[in-house]
Design a protein around this ligand. Structure first.
Ligand SMILES: Nc1ncnc2c1ncn2[C@@H]1O[C@H](COP(=O)(O)OP(=O)(O)OP(=O)(O)O)[C@@H](O)[C@H]1O
Ligand SMILES: [Mg+2]
Length: 350
């Protein structure tokens, strides 16, 4: 936001108005002196002085009128027009500022702020419409799966095996829908959060271990090896946020690692916190698209797109940002990926 350097009621303006008044009075005195010396008739003197006063008043009024018109009315009119446009939803409104920044007056600062405001509104409008189109797309895909398989299930002659298969697909699609809604609600809640979350001293090792245990069966079923290496760490943090981080990193590692692969979860103690690493020997993340994986709805691997909505890592990033931690990733195509999360004791009233 630009700060005011110069007032529109500057010394130059004040001095020029003062000079005009002084000049007018001087002229009046000289003319009066001229009239008095050459005219004896008192009636004529009074009329001439009246005419003189009228002429000089008109000059001052015209000058003041022009000054107001140029310095106040014009910019105010432009500002009113712009605010009307913005109020009617035209967020591309941009006011041209005549002065350079070092010569800005109050009106220039208002115009500059209006430009910033409409640019911000336009940005959030784009984000909103992108979000709506992403959500609609993510809803449409599982919905059309549900519609087609529900139609297939209506066939009375369908054998039992196909019926089982189709119901499984229906369940997966409806789970994808409910995961999408859950993640959107979670993200929304985190973004609109005004009160700071509850932080407690917790045993990070136990918290992570409990979550990992919940995945053991599915990891085993997929034929993946799991290795854990945990230091003992006590940390001031939020267990709900830790759950979001581990659940998403681990479920991604499982999703993107094939049979006979390996997943490693490690916890290392650092001063004032801990480092969580989740690595896998899965498909890896392409370098050029890897930078975008923390964006909402971004998925680099289209072959697994039906198994998620691209919101997991956006949620992870959000909670890590709230706690003041860090997340980074290293990856190599066909070799695997490693996500590193640094968590520090959250400074909070506990
Ligand atoms: N361990 C990983 N190995 C390979 N690619 C990964 C890994 N983790 C994330 N990715 C890539 O990053 C993308 C974004 O991940 P994210 O967790 O946000 O979404 P998702 O898993 O596709 O869907 P969701 O988490 O909403 O179920 C993934 O689609 C995938 O392309
Ligand atoms: Mg995910």
């Amino acid at each position: 936001m630009k700060k005011l350097k110069k007032s529109s009621f500057s010394m130059v303006g004040v001095l020029s108005f003062f000079a005009l008044i002084a000049f007018t009075m001087q002229v009046a005195i000289l003319v009066y002196d001229y009239i008095i010396k050459r005219t004896v008739n008192k009636g004529i003197i009074a009329v001439l002085i009246l005419i003189l006063v009228i002429i000089l008043s008109v000059i001052i009024t015209v000058f003041d009128f022009l000054r107001r018109k140029i310095m106040v009315e014009r910019p105010v009119k432009r500002i009113i027009n712009a605010t009307e446009k913005i109020a009617s939803g035209d967020f591309n409104t941009k006011l041209e500022i005549a002065h350079t920044y070092d010569k800005y007056n109050e009106f220039d600062v208002i115009m500059e702020n209006l430009n910033t405001m409409s640019a911000e509104l336009s940005k959030s409008e784009i984000l909103k419409s992108d979000f709506i189109s992403n959500v609609s797309h993510e809803i449409k895909t599982p919905l059309s799966v549900i519609q087609s398989y529900a139609t297939l299930l209506q066939d009375d002659s369908l054998d039992n095996e196909s019926r089982q298969k189709y119901s499984k697909i229906l369940l997966q699609a409806s789970k994808r829908l409910s995961d999408l809604i859950t993640n959107i609600l979670k993200l929304n809640k985190l973004e609109n959060q005004t009160i700071s979350p509850e932080y407690k001293k917790l045993n990070l090792t136990d918290t992570v271990a409990e979550i990992v245990i919940g995945y053991e069966e599915i990891i085993e079923k997929k034929g993946i090896e799991l290795e854990c290496d945990f230091d003992d760490i006590m940390l001031v943090s939020n267990s709900g946020y830790i759950e979001i981080i581990i659940n998403n990193l681990l479920s991604n590692a499982i999703k993107f690692t094939d049979k006979n692969g390996k997943i490693k979860v490690s916890l290392k103690s650092i001063s004032n916190g801990g480092v969580i690493k989740v690595s896998d020997t899965g498909c890896g993340i392409p370098k050029e698209t890897g930078k975008r994986i923390f964006e909402r709805f971004y998925q680099c691997d289209t072959s697994h797109a039906s198994e998620g909505n691209g919101l997991g890592l956006a949620l992870v990033k959000k909670v890590i940002d709230i706690m003041g931690g860090e997340i980074s990733v290293t990856s190599e195509i066909s070799k695997g990926s490693e996500f590193t999360v640094v968590l520090k004791n959250v400074e909070a009233d506990i």
